[in-house]
Design a protein around this ligand. Structure first.
Ligand code: PRP
Length: 213
């Protein structure tokens, strides 16, 4: 955290690209950030006294909580899963998708019956909160790191808790949405101390963003 520079941590990939497009509409530019040929990790706009760096999504709330970045942009899924001490201040309206319980249609009864099922997911905290707290259903969680749809296909899980965007991954694999856990989109998060010390600058950016979203 620096009290001169406002530092942004952006989730690598589409989120960062969309964020820089939105910020560009406010006159906040830093072309280098999206340069595919650069190996540089942190970028500065001296005129606006802003710094930007790209990070793996799950690391964004960590950098923001620790004050390495004042502001972060990351999906609501990651915010819930990482459960860091950050303030979520704005829904940026892009990256819309859903966190869902998915599986073969014939697994639906196992959800209704509250059977002891195996749930594969990249998001054990979200899945645990949903089944244990909200549904009061005991499940066995299996942490996978990607291509979670394989879980029911290869038989390591009855259902998955995963992100559904277009639904085509499910469709191509004969799986369906069985329940919706939560709606997701990209969010702006802020370090709680920065929120106090840089209140004027941060609120100014957030309210200008709100107008164009
Ligand atoms: C995500 C998600 C689903 C897929 C959903 O995976 O985990 O697998 O996208 O998108 P769709 O509904 O548009 O098909 P991602 O591509 O990020 O890779 P991963 O499976 O390795 O996590």
């Amino acid at each position: 955290m620096s009290y001169e520079y406002l530092t942004w941590a952006l989730g690598k990939g589409r989120l960062a690209k969309k964020t820089m497009e939105l910020l560009g509409m406010l006159g906040i530019h830093c072309e280098e950030v999206m340069d595919p040929d650069t190996r540089k990790l942190i970028f500065t706009n001296e005129e606006l006294k802003m710094k930007f760096f790209l990070a793996k999504g799950p690391d964004v709330p960590t950098y923001v909580e620790l004050g390495a970045a004042d502001i972060g942009v990351v999906g609501l899924d990651t915010i819930h899963e990482e459960n860091r001490d950050v303030k979520e201040i704005l829904d940026l309206g892009f990256g819309k998708c859903r966190m869902c319980v998915c599986g073969y249609e014939d697994s639906a009864h196992k959800l209704k019956d509250h059977s002891q099922i195996r749930v594969a997911t990249k998001y054990p905290r979200i899945a645990g909160d949903y089944f244990y707290r909200k549904k009061q259903q005991t499940v066995e969680l299996i942490k996978l790191n990607g291509s979670v749809e394989l879980g029911p296909i290869v038989g390591v899980a009855d259902v998955i808790v995963d992100i559904v965007e277009t639904g085509s991954t499910l469709k191509e694999n004969g799986l369906s949405v069985l329940e919706t856990v939560m709606d997701l989109s990209a969010r702006m998060i802020v370090n709680p101390v920065s929120m106090k010390l840089e209140n004027r600058r941060i609120n100014d950016i957030a309210s200008r963003l709100k107008e164009i979203i």
